[in-house]
Design a protein. Sequence first.
Length: 70
Amino acid sequence: MDVGEKVLELFNVADYNKRIEGYRTLNKVAVEAGATIPLLQSVVTVVRNKNLNYAKYQNGWILGNTMDWS
């Protein structure tokens, strides 16, 4: 909710430079929180082998350092 509230606040900032700086700060906060924003989210295609194990994160991330072969 914090990220969503910050986005709504930025919609009301008229000064372009302040708004862009706000989005830069928001991007950092969103990455640190593991949040994704559907408007800025990209599609990732994953090919999987049944012998490959990996952690599935709720935010859709798949991290290489969580993978191992069984």
